[in-house]
Design a protein around this ligand. Structure first.
Ligand SMILES: Nc1ncnc2c1ncn2[C@@H]1O[C@H](COP(=O)(O)OP(=O)(O)O)[C@@H](O)[C@H]1O
Ligand SMILES: [Mg+2]
Length: 247
């Protein structure tokens, strides 16, 4: 379980990115941080692995304040998928997936073996492990990003607009794959998106953020659709409706 306890972030230039957010991510569930660009989603997400330190408030994992953990060890114990993929261009796919387990002390040989299994798990031919990232399609690179985040079997996965850069058909494939994976693995997932349809498809709970990093509403997709907290919420989810109808 991850708890955000009244966290705020004011960047040194005075920008308030996150304002007093209190939110619980239950174990084995997917919470989607939904909001338009600049609403503080990435900042909030990165507080979980201490890539961002809150200006005030606390983040707890399983009841313990993460400030008491070694930041590097904490970071390596949490899977993180970046929007851009974030793969190391000069390393093979296998070595990209194996990097963190090796840093954590797993032998190179068993980390590579695990990597082959993970590639299969995310729907890739393990033979692709020999390639370099630029030799893969965008969708394949995103799958490798997911495989890498799963390496070492972390309890927590942070996913920052992981499917934002691929075309809609591939995106739909990746979303289905994530739902399938999650039903098998039961990770604790924080997933960031600005896409209402994606949020409603993947989330157990949606946390909708307003500009300034203020929580507008937290609820299941059904709760939010049936009882939007205010006009902001109603308008935000309405903007996503036409696409839902077309699908
Ligand atoms: N390192 C930074 N320094 C100053 N301002 C930042 C920094 N990172 C993000 N911001 C600002 O904080 C706000 C929230 O950004 P971000 O968390 O990236 O939002 P989102 O992921 O929802 O697009 C934005 O106004 C952004 O410009
Ligand atoms: Mg972002």
């Amino acid at each position: 379980m991850i708890e955000f306890d009244a966290v705020s972030k004011v960047y040194p230039d005075g920008t308030t990115a996150v304002s007093e957010v209190t939110l619980t991510v239950p174990s084995h569930k997917t919470v989607v941080l939904l909001g338009s660009s600049g609403s503080g989603k990435t900042t909030l997400l990165r507080m979980v692995n201490r890539m961002v330190e809150p200006t005030s408030g606390r983040v707890l994992i399983d009841g313990a304040d993460i400030r008491d953990r070694n930041a590097v060890h904490l970071r390596r114990s949490i899977g993180y998928v970046m929007q851009s993929g974030g793969l190391l261009p000069h390393r093979t796919v296998t070595d990209n997936v194996a990097t963190v387990p090796v840093l954590n002390g797993t032998s190179r040989r068993s980390a590579r073996k695990e990597a082959a299994g993970l590639l299969e798990r995310v729907g890739l031919d393990p033979a692709l492990g020999k390639r370099y990232p630029h030799q893969l399609s965008g969708g394949q690179q995103q799958r490798v990003g997911v495989a890498r985040a799963l390496a070492g079997d972390p309890n927590i996965l942070l996913m920052d607009e992981p499917f934002g850069a691929v075309d809609p058909v591939v995106r739909r494939d990746l979303q289905d794959e994530l739902l399938r994976l999650q039903s098998q693995l039961g990770k604790t997932i924080v997933f960031v998106t600005h896409d209402v349809d994606e949020a409603f498809l993947l989330a157990d709970t949606v946390a909708l953020l307003k500009p300034g990093g203020v929580l507008a509403q937290v609820g299941t997709p059904t709760e939010i659709v049936e009882h939007p907290a205010d006009d902001f919420v109603a308008e935000f989810i309405d903007a996503g409706r036409p696409r839902s109808v077309l699908r």
